[in-house]
Design a protein around this ligand. Sequence first.
Ligand code: PLP
Length: 366
Amino acid sequence: MLDPRKLPEGPALMIAGPGQLYDEDLEALGRQVIAHYGDVWVGVHNHVLESLGALLGATQLPYLIPGTGTTGLDAAVMNLFEAGQRVVVAKTGFFGTRLMEIARAHRLEVTEVEVEIGEPIDPSKIEEAASNANGILTVHVDTSTGVRHPIEEIAAVARRTGAIYMVDGIASVGGEMVDIDGWGIDALVTGTQKGLEAPPGLAIVALGEGGRARVEARSERPLSWYLDLKTWDRYRDEWGAWHPHPVTMPSPLILALASSLDRIAKKGLAAVVGERASLAESLRVGLRDLGLAAVPKEGFEANLVVAAYAPDPTSIQKHLLDQGIMISGGLEPLGGKTIRVGLMGKTATPEMVERVLQGIAEAVSQ
Ligand SMILES: *Cc1c(COP(=O)(O)O)cnc(C)c1O
């Protein structure tokens, strides 16, 4: 028999997601299951949605949907677009390519915009490709390269061309500033296990004004009941007082998320982002001193994942694992060429960064 209580203690995670939970969030997660309806639950649920809206700069209440981040990408694409429409997608790396796959799965025509590895998306190239397009899809931080892309500028392009702009913010929210209404983003999707420092298993879809208008203007409902945002709206409207969602919500996950969101709100998002940026900077400087050059061009480095070229990534990963620390290797298009260190959750501390740098120093001098 497999007894999950008796699994060996795993390594400290400094992978490109998920992060590990703070003790107080773990305590919230470990409470007995509570009912997903009634006064207490509605209070928790609505508080979490309001906190998420505030964090994202979204006046409209976001959707919290059980599933991973990708559930939210699927939901956003199928609610914003209709089969046969054309979308422009930036080929930023593994997750840019995934956005293309999702768009094609929903029978959209995809125009690819090339992006050099390490470089930010060039908004003028998006603008060229987007004339008469229905949508623009980009990743904010592509976890395969550790590059932060200029979504505020791309949102301005989208407003000029009239295309609906949807952002994959799964590896950015909580570690980067985002302002959906202020920047004119139509829809942004994130998950809970990266910058929000909560367990995996929940998708967040937030709409701006343009996204809302688009969802309302569709000619027919999307080919899903669960992921149709109007299904979620209907339960908010009709069952809001006691059960404001159509399905059983995973209350333990949401209690843990409530706990992590309160920690972020107490500190203030700008302070959290600032701390993470300086931690990422110290890691990049340390890696550079060891001869491991950052993948992103200067000025476009993400805060939650640091990617650097390494001569023998596997030996570095193995050396760190022997010391109880797990980092990530490269992901296409950089498979076998890079290491990636996640700065998410409980292990995102100067002490852990110091241990990682020490371990890498040993590995590369062997
Ligand atoms: C992790 C990640 C995803 C996938 O999220 P899941 O929660 O595994 O579905 C998608 N996009 C980006 C940018 C990511 O970092």
